[in-house]
Design a protein around this ligand. Sequence first.
Ligand SMILES: O=C(O)CCC(=O)C(=O)O
Ligand SMILES: [Mn+2]
Length: 150
Amino acid sequence: MRSGRLGVGSGGLSLRAGRSRDRPPLARLAAACAALAARAAAQAGFAGFQPDACLINRYDPGTRLTLHQDRNERDFSRPIVSVSLGLPALFLWGGPARTDRVRRVPLEHGDVVVWGGPARLTYHGIHTLAEGTHPLTGRVRLNLTFRQAL
Ligand SMILES: O=C(O)CCC(=O)C(=O)O
Ligand SMILES: [Mn+2]
């Protein structure tokens, strides 16, 4: 699994809203993604979510993401919004302790998962990705997590 980041703040590719016609295409894409994430968060009961960071993970078959909590953000009252693209995966959804029972939730291309509130620090991960080919991404799963990090 490899990670990247879709820029944060004014020097890079801002996820903040602005006058869209004055912005370069990539910035408009970032703003559209942020709007989508905010809408998903609102539908899940987290109004006012304003993501300022997007972590992008790339998984090839045979790779995985071990159980962890998302703790790099300043305000845990803000949710995480996760968008899955490409190959399917099993999302591992545990509890507040690493040793809690873990459920396996199938995720497919286009699925959006939002977690926050009392579930914000739930341990989660991705089971070893199975071999496969997706018509849009080939042998790859991409995951975008939108975060209010600052
Ligand atoms: O790939 C996923 O669905 C989860 C990614 C994740 O948990 C993370 O980037 O912290
Ligand atoms: Mn995570």
